[in-house]
Design a protein around this ligand. Structure first.
Ligand code: AVI
Length: 321
């Protein structure tokens, strides 16, 4: 792992006690579940990067192309001298496109749960954008985070939440997150959010069941991580990835399915799985325009501008309080 030379790291990465408590609470629930935020250890982040390059996973490529093409309009709508606060770390092209396209951005704060991914992305961006102050925060962004103050005073804050990550939260959580963003950016602030739009279910399902099996590996890595970090004894060969689209709920529901009756020990507790029992590990919501606007409104925000790709598969939304 490289260190970021000029970046001050605020480090609140969750430790084993927090992870174990979350895992035990999830396995004690009915139906069983595990939080998808724990997918992203170093190996999980690497596997996610590989997912974004699979031909079936249209989200990343579509969003990057959309942002590149519409960046002049987006920059004009946002205005100069912003402090960019990214939810999740910018390891891809998107952050570079945004920082390069904005008018004189003052500072950049990625908030990211994986320390490795955070330091890596900051080290890379720092080299590319020397005038932009790098102020990373290693934390779970679903909790309130107090932001570092840039040396140069920004005109406003811009929350940047690309990649359709908002879709990994159920509605009440997504609204709470948008409200927290609203509070973080303040009355003058803005938020630029990437959302995957509702479309043909077969296209969506294929994106979460790639032929190369990278998504299945990514899902199972959650169990490998728990075994390594909190000493659980999941047998990875006895669980299978399953991702299905629910039309009714407008979301991909990803589960790990127990291949036989088995017991798993975590933190001194034992949990029984039946053969075929599903453990919920991730939701990936897809939105209509009306659903997204209603959610933003519940968080006290309004859609100020909207950009979609030509097929209306994917959208960027600029929200204002
Ligand atoms: C990060 N997030 C938006 C991805 C998604 O599409 O829900 C994570 C992912 N899970 C499986 N493939 C990709």
């Amino acid at each position: 792992m490289r260190a970021a030379p000029n970046a001050e790291l605020v480090d609140l990465q969750p430790g084993p006690e927090r992870i174990a408590a979350d895992a035990v609470a999830g396995l004690a629930a009915t139906p069983k579940r595990l939080p998808s935020k724990y997918f992203y250890d170093a190996r999980g982040s690497m596997l996610f990067e590989r997912i974004t390059r699979q031909p079936e996973y249209y989200l990343t490529g579509t969003e990057s192309a959309l942002l590149e093409r519409r960046m002049p309009e987006i920059a004009a709508a946002i205005g100069p001298r912003v402090h960019v606060v990214e939810y999740g770390s910018g390891s891809g092209r998107k952050t570079e496109t945004l920082l390069a396209g904005l008018d004189d951005p003052v500072a950049y704060t990625p908030i990211e749960i994986s320390r490795a991914a955070l330091l890596d992305s900051v080290a890379r961006l720092e080299g590319r954008f020397p005038p932009i102050e790098m102020l990373p925060v290693c934390a779970d962004f679903t909790h309130a985070v107090s932001l570092p103050t840039p040396e140069r005073t920004p005109r406003r804050r811009l929350a940047f939440f690309p990649g359709s990550t908002l879709g990994n939260f159920v509605e009440a959580e997504a609204v709470a997150l948008l409200r927290a963003m609203h509070d973080t950016v303040g009355a003058e602030g803005l938020a630029l959010i990437g959302i995957d739009l509702d479309k043909d279910p077969a296209t969506i399902e294929a994106a979460y069941n790639d032929a190369a099996g990278v998504t299945a590996e990514f899902t199972l890595n959650l169990l490998a991580r728990l075994n390594r970090e909190i000493g659980s004894d999941f047998d990875l060969a006895q669980f299978r990835h399953r991702a299905r689209y629910s039309r009714e709920r407008g979301r991909i529901e990803t589960a790990l399915v127990s291949q036989r009756a088995q017991r798993v020990r975590i933190d001194g507790r034992e949990f029984a799985f039946a053969a075929g029992e599903e453990m919920q590990v991730e939701y990936s919501h897809k939105y209509t325009d009306a659903q997204f606007a209603a959610m933003a409104a519940r968080a006290g925000m309004a859609v100020a501008a909207a950009w979609n790709d030509e097929s209306d598969w994917y959208g960027l939304r600029l929200l204002r309080p």
